[in-house]
Design a protein around this ligand. Sequence first.
Ligand code: ASP
Length: 344
Amino acid sequence: MEQARTMPALIAHGGAGGRGPAAERPERRRGMLAAVAAGAEILRGGGSALDAVIAIVRSLEDHPLFNAGLGSLLTVDGSVEMDASIMVAAPRPQSPPRAAAGAACGSAARRVELRAGAVAAVTRVRNPILLARAVMDLTPHVLIAGAGAERLARRAGVPLCRPDDLVTPRARARWRAALERRAETSAGAEPGDGSGRYGTVGAVALDAHGVLAAATSTGGVSGKLHGRIGDSAIIGAGTFADARGAASATGQGEAIMKVSLCREAIAMLGRGGPRNAAERAIAQLAAMTGGQAGIVMIDRRGRLGFAHNAEVMDVATFDAAGGFEYRWASALRRGGRGAAANGA
Ligand code: ASP
């Protein structure tokens, strides 16, 4: 029976969508690499995949160029409403007889404990990913929305802020531009179809103990209706982890939710490595919905992969073989150096 490799690895994304201003690219690259370095340091020190993905997403939430936490894109009303989620698949400690029984029926799934937490439409939390973790750690629930989530933040000691503290001049300018575009089209644009959308953040990791974790955080899509919740809050759609691997998605949440993108992609791991599964899942999403999305994945052997069908996607990776790598990947490119190195 194949054992989970205990060589830590991770892959992060900074959103799939339109190209955005070229002048922002160097700083996006720097932000991605700094975030991945924070996660890699945790993994290299023997820390957990959960702490690593939280560190990465938190760092990108604090960066004003990414669409999560500070710098979130704005609703049609000009306000911030954020979604975030986290999921962990951890091997259960096994007593020898149970381990033998598990091996006999070949069920890796039964030997893994699944934990998840998510928040939706929060407005006053600087780091929604910390609140998603609080939902997972402190409540019997998986998803808490709005005011209830913010009440939990107070109880959990997750810092609150004023909603306006999260609005950057860049986000405000984009919001104005979106309103003007909408006014120019007689039918009006559908919320969430703007090609300028870019910058949702997410990460997946495998640690030395064989634990897999996935985390995703977003301000959602520009010009969304008040109360709209996207895939980044939905386990199975924007975030997923189980015994086979972990995945985080970005792109048009309405399309991602219709196909449960991350869970579908993980299910495809059985027929190929993460690179192959990511590509097939994105192709399926495109065929079934006509939408645009991207995904990063890791499997239980630490192999990495990603795919997207948007204009571009920021991707950064760390693993023992390749160290750090950053890609600003163009449309329909796919890959993951780790995946290629492992012959996936
Ligand atoms: N998936 C996010 C949402 O629909 C947006 C994005 O990834 O850019 O809320």
